[in-house]
Design a protein around this ligand. Sequence first.
Ligand code: AMP
Ligand code: MN
Ligand code: MN
Ligand code: MN
Length: 307
Amino acid sequence: MAVGRKAVAPAHAALPTIPFVHTLNADLHSHSTRSDGTLSPRALAQRASGQQVQLWALTDHDDIGGQHEAAQAARELGLDWLSGVEISVSFAGETVHIVGLGMDVDDVALHAGLARIRLGRAQRAHDMAEGLAMVGLQGAYEGALRYVSNPDLVSRTHFARWLVETGVCTDFGSVFRRYLSHGKPGFVDHRWAGLGEAVRWITQAGGLAVIAHPGRYRFTPTVEFALFSEFKAHGGAGVEVVTASHGLGDVRKYAEMADEFDLYASRGSDFHSPNESRLDLGQLPDLAAALRPIWQALTDRVRPGRR
Ligand code: AMP
Ligand code: MN
Ligand code: MN
Ligand code: MN
């Protein structure tokens, strides 16, 4: 052993002590202040632990700068942890989100890819503010910035917070409906990553790619079929079946799609904030017994919490 260097066992050497069954309270989709959440990675880990989450991933939009803090906090709290990210992808004229789980968070190509797709966000934010000014809402850029902690990651959520807190709208639903969705004054079309690119960044960094909240996209059945087929062809591995924005019908539908496309199933709250999120961390129905939980394919990527 090299003199002066501490021997450090690989973090995944000890296997998790919790059986990785389908009823595991896994929450593999959540956001911190590194993107558009309101809690720090550490505060989020504490909340997950308090909500009896057994396996947790922080999946900030297009950014993995919070991963080391998340890993450290989870370890101290005795919470099993997987690395995570949620990548913005342009597909068939819409934005699709691809969650990555279990990647090496120091992977250079992954960092470079994410940095590239973050680049356009600043200009987009200025353009969004210009659109809002046209309908009489001045100062939106500065307003949104007040809620931003990562200057590289200005998102529509930050504009939404400003529009609600200044009383322009009463809730998030109406902000997005009236100002921030396709065709509305604050909406700016943006070119994100390609589907193949995003899946490649994740898989080449040793992770598995998952289609996030498929029930939210407004695709025709044909385009949705194309999304799943192309995702699979690029090496995509899973689909979120249980997530806050899915009703029972979505859960059933995407359980069937998981079976049809031979994909693992994932489960995550998409938690952003104690005041804004519909469901708290870990407060989700279990995956059905017939599904193959994605964590079973990631056991060697899990960093066990200290017990
Ligand atoms: P962006 O990546 O800047 O386009 O922002 C997308 C984020 O806006 C999503 O990750 C959600 O957090 C949020 N969002 C999008 N649509 C809605 C909606 N209808 N209600 C609440 N939040 C939304
Ligand atoms: Mn978000
Ligand atoms: Mn999303
Ligand atoms: Mn999300």
